[in-house]
Write a protein that binds this ligand. Structure first.
Ligand code: C5P
Length: 228
């Protein structure tokens, strides 16, 4: 059983995929965290994210492991806990050129398919339904307006939870910065030559701008009898 959830930054893919994994006993695979881990390791090693050859070397050698903690998922890269670091603005700037690198994508897609071979998976990213698992049982393209996505991420970063409190707000300045960064990454991800962000032809497109968290989970669950 493979559930593929693609979509732009901040569309809620992670929280939704987590919920689907928990409720239906699937392994959660955050592919964005993998590209972020490569970017973090490049920065630590002093490798220029635009240096395609050197970045490909970092990707080929990297060991990425996912774990669990009380606060959610943990990520280690080459034995180092990078859970918090991969969410920093520095890594967010570096991850676009890193993930546009075809050699990096080849290595990451190989690792992701291994996880898919080993068991039932809900994977989230940009190219899951188009490239990584084109035969996925369920394919969703989850999107929302840039403003709705920026608000969700800003609230999440300030410790709020829109799934529990739909009126939660965040610092407007932080929300503006996040909106600018989301748009920059969306443009980069949509216009790159290798695996650009786009819905698979057979994906179900869900615009969650005006949908609650539970409605999105229910909609995805309704797409396969295996998720009943
Ligand atoms: O989903 P998340 O925001 O964590 O992804 C970080 C970055 O990794 C994205 O901006 C995108 O450039 C890249 N990415 C990708 N393909 C994926 C997942 C993420 O190119 N499957």
């Amino acid at each position: 059983m493979i559930v593929a959830i693609d979509g732009p930054s901040g569309s809620g893919k992670s929280s939704i995929a987590h919920a689907i994994a928990d409720r239906f006993g699937l392994t959660f695979l955050d592919t964005g965290a993998m590209y972020r881990s490569v970017a973090a390791e490049c920065l630590r090693m002093g490798v220029d994210p635009e240096d395609a050859e050197a970045v490909a070397g970092v990707a080929r050698d990297i060991a990425i492991e996912f774990g669990a903690s009380e606060d959610g998922q943990t990520v280690t890269a080459n034995g180092r806990d990078v859970t918090a670091e991969i969410r920093t603005p520095k890594v967010e700037l570096a991850v676009s050129p890193v993930s546009a690198n075809p050699a990096v994508r080849e290595v990451m897609v190989g690792l992701q398919r291994k996880v898919g071979k080993a068991g039932d998976v809900v994977a989230e990213g940009r190219d899951i339904g188009t490239v990584v698992f084109p035969a996925a049982d369920v394919k969703v393209f989850l999107t929302a307006s840039p403003e709705a996505r920026a608000r969700r991420r800003a609230v999440q970063r300030s410790g709020g939870n829109l799934a529990q409190d739909s009126a939660a707000t965040a610092d407007p300045e932080e929300e503006r910065r996040i909106l600018a960064d989301l748009k920059r990454r969306d443009d980069y991800d949509s216009s790159r030559a290798t695996s650009p962000l786009r819905p698979a032809e057979d994906a179900v497109i869900i615009d969650s701008s005006d949908m609650g968290f539970e409605d999105v989970v229910a909609k995805i669950a309704s797409l396969s009898p295996a998720l009943a």
